[in-house]
Design a binder for this molecule. Structure first.
Ligand code: FMN
Length: 159
């Protein structure tokens, strides 16, 4: 069993979530936690589990995440189990308030990442999840690392 947790992170918050998820998966199987720009295409070969994490940027995945997904060939994730997460600002914390409407309408990063992984042939084994920061640079909201641990445990249960 070979597993990868891939993430992009500008201020370290998505990285912390990715590491927490990697720690849980690492108890069950061999796993590498890598920055998205460190991943070489050959590392996806023979992969059994792929978890992708992205900060939400303008209601979308971050540029590095988008680029990574784009570079995966059609059917490149056939036989791979996958799940996606993002970090985000919760609607309740959005300033100005008008932003809340846009967040509700245009969403966050994890959902489109998950869809794209599925389009590349992966079997999505867990619904996409978002983990909240207090503000643009963080920190993570209280309890989010614990929620990430619980989310990762659900992944391990499905392996
Ligand atoms: C240019 C920019 C755009 C952003 N757009 C959104 C957004 O649309 N929705 C959201 O919830 N958070 C948004 N954020 C906040 C990021 O989600 C937050 O910075 C990120 O979760 C921090 O993760 P990181 O430390 O791993 O980079 C934005 C931040 C920046 C700098």
């Amino acid at each position: 069993m070979k597993a990868l947790v891939i993430y992009e992170s500008f201020y370290g918050n998505t990285e912390k979530i990715a590491q927490a998820i990697g720690d849980v998966i690492g108890k069950a199987t061999e796993v590498k936690v890598l920055k998205v720009d460190e991943v070489k295409p050959e590392q996806l070969k023979g992969l059994n589990l792929l978890v992708v994490g992205s900060p939400t940027r303008a209601f979308s995945p971050s540029p590095g995440t988008k680029g990574f997904l784009k570079r995966i060939p059609t059917d490149g994730l056939r036989g791979v189990r996958a799940a996606a997460f993002d970090t985000r600002i919760s609607e309740d914390d959005a300033k100005p308030r008008a932003l809340r409407f846009l967040m509700k309408t245009f969403g966050y990063a994890a959902e489109p990442v998950s869809k794209k992984l599925g389009k590349k042939g992966a079997e999505i084994i867990l619904a996409p999840e978002g983990f909240c920061v207090n503000d643009t640079k963080g920190p993570l909201k209280e309890g989010e690392l614990e929620r990430a641990t619980a989310w990762a445990k659900q992944i391990v249960e499905k392996l």
